[in-house]
Ligand binder design. Structure first.
Ligand code: ZN
Length: 108
């Protein structure tokens, strides 16, 4: 069982949360200008590392807020606590600072 540190509620059982995928995937600035391949890359391609991974979580059964944290995908160890930064924000734009701006979807 994973204890996830919500920045507002503290450590809670993982059953209270919904996984939101990779953090820091910026919405394309001009989606209409993308090729089909670029759009598909933005929609479907995400990093899948074995090790530290920055990801978004939604405290669905608690405060209902989004946040980002860093988790080791091999051990499930939480390496960075819940962080109420734009990296956890699911709205368009996400966290462009942590994404590769040269290719929509972070270039993965
Ligand atoms: Zn919470």
């Amino acid at each position: 069982m994973l204890l996830i540190p919500c920045p507002w509620c503290g450590p809670r059982d993982e059953a209270e949360f919904r996984y939101g995928g990779q953090a820091g995937v910026a919405y394309p600035g001009d989606p209409a200008a993308l090729t089909d391949e670029e759009w598909a890359r933005y929609l479907f391609f995400r990093d899948n590392p074995e090790g530290p991974f920055r990801e978004r979580w939604h405290h669905a059964a608690g405060c209902r807020r989004w946040f980002a944290l860093t988790r080791d995908t091999a051990t499930d160890e939480i390496l960075g606590g819940g962080d109420p930064t734009p990296g956890g924000d699911p709205t368009p734009g996400g966290d462009p600072a942590s994404a590769d701006a040269s290719v929509p979807g972070g270039g993965r």
